[in-house]
Design a protein around this ligand. Structure first.
Ligand SMILES: Nc1ncnc2c1ncn2[C@@H]1O[C@H](COP(=O)(O)OP(=O)(O)OP(=O)(O)O)[C@@H](O)[C@H]1O
Ligand SMILES: [Mg+2]
Length: 241
C-alpha cells in the first residue's frame, strides 16, 4: 500500500469554479484521491456534487481550476475516449442495456481493428476473461436485466476499468441495495482498492454537512472539508487500515 501512496493521485483537482449564469455551483473546490483510497462526497441537494462529478468526468468544462489524473493534465474537452481511460461514473440509474447480455454490454461499440463480423463465442470468451481479471463472478451470457443490482454495478465497474480508468465515481451506490447486496458491493470495492483502484462515493444528505453551511441554493460548493464553510463534506476511508 505504501507503494500505492507513492504513485501520483488518481485525481487531483484544484481551485475548480463552475457557474451557471448567476449560480455559483462550485467555488474553489479541491479534491485529491490517491490510488487505493475511497472518499465520500457528501452534501445536500444543490450542493454541487453532480456538477463536480461532471467536471471530473469531462462533461462540464470548469470556468477555472485544474484537474489532473495520475499526475497528468485532464484530457481535452470533447475527447470522451480519453476521459474514459481515466475515470468513470457508475450512476444510480444503471447505464447497462437491460436486453443485452453482459458480454454485449461490455463490448458495445468496441470493435477490434479489422473486425467485420462479431464472433459470439470469442466475444463471450473475452468477456469472461475481462470479468475474471477483476474477480467479477457474473455469467457473460446472462441478460443484464436478470442481474442483481450490485452485479450490474460490478459489470459497469469492470467495463470502466477495462478502458483503463483508475478512478471510479459511484453515485449513491447503495441506494437500491439490500443489506447483503451492500456487503457484496463493499467486499468487491475493497478487493479493487487493494489493486490500487480509487473510489469516490457520492452521497446526498438531507442535513447540512457542516455547521456553517449556508442555506441559499445559489451559494457555491467551496473547497471541501478543509474549510468550515464547505457545503460538501469529504470523508475518507482507505484500504491502508
Ligand atoms: N445545467 C445547469 N444549469 C443551471 N444551473 C445548474 C445546472 N446544473 C446545476 N445547476 C445548479 O448548480 C447548483 C448545484 O447543482 P448540482 O446538481 O451539482 O447539485 P447536487 O449536489 O448534485 O444536488 P442533488 O443532491 O440534488 O443531486 C444548484 O443550484 C443547481 O440548480
Ligand atoms: Mg446531483
Amino acid at each position: 500500500m505504501t507503494e500505492q501512496l507513492e504513485k501520483p493521485p488518481a485525481v487531483h483537482a484544484e481551485g475548480v469554479v463552475k457557474r451557471f449564469g448567476p449560480t455559483l455551483a462550485l467555488d474553489d473546490v479541491g479534491l485529491t484521491v490517491r490510488p487505493g483510497e475511497s472518499h465520500a462526497l457528501v452534501g445536500r441537494n444543490g450542493a454541487g456534487k453532480s456538477t463536480l462529478v461532471n467536471v471530473l468526468t469531462g462533461l462540464h468544462r470548469p470556468d477555472a481550476g485544474t484537474v489532473r489524473f495520475q499526475g497528468e493534465p485532464a484530457p481535452a474537452y470533447g475527447d470522451m475516449a480519453a476521459w474514459q481511460s481515466k475515470v468513470a461514473c457508475v450512476y444510480q440509474k444503471s447505464m447497462v442495456v437491460p436486453e443485452l447480455t453482459v458480454a454485449e454490454n461490455l463490448f458495445l461499440n468496441r470493435f477490434e481493428p479489422g473486425e467485420r463480423f462479431i464472433r459470439w463465442s470469442r466475444l463471450r470468451q473475452k468477456a469472461r476473461e475481462l470479468l475474471s481479471s477483476y474477480g467479477v463472478d457474473v455469467d457473460p451470457a446472462a441478460r443484464a436485466k436478470d442481474l442483481a443490482v450490485e452485479q450490474r454495478q460490478f459489470v459497469e465497474i469492470a467495463k470502466a476499468l477495462s478502458f483503463g480508468a483508475k478512478l471510479i465515481i459511484l453515485d449513491e451506490p447503495t441506494a437500491q441495495l439490500d443489506a447483503r447486496g451492500i456487503q457484496r458491493l463493499y467486499a468487491k470495492l475493497r478487493e479493487l482498492q487493494a489493486q490500487g483502484v480509487a473510489f469516490l462515493y457520492i452521497r446526498t444528505t438531507s442535513r447540512r454537512s457542516t455547521t456553517s453551511a449556508r442555506p441559499s441554493p445559489s451559494t457555491a460548493t467551496h473547497a471541501m472539508c478543509s474549510q468550515s464553510r464547505s457545503r460538501i463534506c469529504r470523508r475518507r476511508s482507505s484500504s491502508r487500515r
